[in-house]
Design a protein around this ligand. Structure first.
Ligand SMILES: [Zn+2]
Ligand SMILES: [Zn+2]
Length: 402
């Protein structure tokens, strides 16, 4: 164990994390996980309320009139069949904690125990947010709409991350996760005999043209120094080798780091769909499903997150930059649309093991991140609270309760 937390607390966090790992639940189905969190909150004697069926919000008391500092964990697992050899591997077929949200939940419970058990009074109340459905990008938004941020002045959270050594924290200023929008394109042409193409409108040809044309949006329309991705992951069409398909369906995702790039991608894909449809007299319908906004760390809370990491883990254990942008999404961005805060990466590299990324069936983390994560989260609650109480947070929010 690297960070200085009590061995007995660390052991409890490991037990909790392993229990959650063994019993993973998909997004919006986190009933057992929620019950497990509630039993921990009851053990710590902390008031809580359920939110959205499978979410929980709890409070650690602080001085009145000061906005709370929120700490957030996500609860859900992924539809992946686990292939690790861990003795606490998932017992649920086809479901696995392959993103480390089991660790996030245990870390937040651990931080709550540190804060609730401390003799030193808190500078601000602490709101604990256990959120469902991060993997669908919809949990955080629903929690915000259900009032999870009422009375909160700043929010912090972290994600375990294997590329970085354990007991390091990476707190980057600026965009750290991309926006994620899904889209679906339905093409309707005219089905017919494969030997009589002149009597048909071939949905495969129309779809193929769209696939190729949208590749030029990122490569030829967007400034290459502003990262973005447009990927089509699904192309369904046709029924037989001698039948020209009358319909086709494509589905894909749009990722961008900046709002104007995001809207440019959406505009261009719309334009291309309309134009290619017209070109071939096919009906082309595009549906864009708005996902999470880009996650942008900005304002004074970035410095607070870094200072807390320096106190909890040591000044040499804090990184300010990363080599490349993360084009994955993270729905913590919904909270940062509302209030200031910071989202960090918590190093969890497993020494000597082959590296399997998050969302893989062999994903594993170094459990010592439970200690470093909880130490950082407890410290950032204090330092964030102090910034709130003294008005050194965002001037737009400090000193007032929303
Ligand atoms: Zn994930
Ligand atoms: Zn995740």
């Amino acid at each position: 164990m690297i960070a200085s937390i009590q061995p007995s607390l660390f052991a409890r966090m490991v037990t909790l994390r392993r229990d959650l790992h063994r019993h993973p639940e998909l997004s919006w189905e986190e009933h057992r996980t929620t019950a497990r969190v509630i039993s921990e909150l009851e053990r710590l004697d902390l008031p809580y309320r359920r939110s959205l069926e499978t979410g929980v919000v709890a409070e650690i008391e602080g001085p009145p009139g000061v906005p709370a500092v929120a700490l957030r964990a996500d609860l859900d697992a992924l539809p992946i069949q686990e292939e690790t050899a861990l003795e606490f591997a998932s017992v649920v077929p086809g479901v696995m904690h392959a993103c480390g949200h089991d660790a996030h939940t245990a870390i937040l419970v651990g931080a709550a125990e540190i804060l609730a058990g401390s003799d030193e009074p808190l500078p601000a109340p602490v709101r604990l947010i256990f959120q469902p459905a991060e993997e669908l990008g919809s949990g955080a938004k629903a929690m915000v709409e259900a009032g999870a941020l009422d009375g909160v002045g700043a929010i912090f959270g972290g994600h375990v991350d294997r590329p970085f050594p354990t007991a390091t924290a990476v707190a980057v200023e600026g965009t750290v996760n991309a926006s994620t929008d899904a889209f679906r394109i339905a093409i309707r042409g005219q089905q017919g005999h494969a030997a009589r193409p002149h009597e048909t409108v071939d949905a495969v040809v129309v779809g193929s043209l769209i696939v190729m044309a949208v590749q030029t949006i990122v490569s030829r329309e967007i400034d290459p120094t502003h990262p973005s991705v447009l990927s089509i992951g699904r192309f369904d069409a046709g029924s037989a080798s001698n039948v020209i398909a009358g319909t086709a369906e494509l589905a894909g995702t749009i990722r961008a780091q900046e709002p104007d790039v995001r809207s440019h991608l959406r505009r261009s894909i719309t334009r291309i769909c309309e134009s290619v449809g017209q070109l071939h007299e096919a009906q082309v319908e595009l549906e864009i499903e708005e996902g999470t906004p880009p996650l942008v760390n900005q304002g004074p809370m970035v410095a607070v997150a870094r200072a807390a990491a320096a106190s909890a883990l040591g000044p040499d254990r804090v990184r300010y930059t990363v080599r490349s942008a993360n084009m994955g999404g993270e729905d913590f961005s919904w909270y940062l649309q509302e209030i200031p805060g910071c989202y960090v990466r918590l190093g969890a590299r497993l020494p000597g093991s082959a590296s399997y990324p998050a969302h893989s069936s062999r994903f594993e983390i170094d459990e010592n991140v439970l200690a470093s994560g909880a130490a950082w989260l407890a410290e950032v609650a204090r330092q964030g609270g102090r910034a709130m109480a003294t008005g050194n947070g965002d001037p737009a929010h400090a000193g007032s309760v929303r």
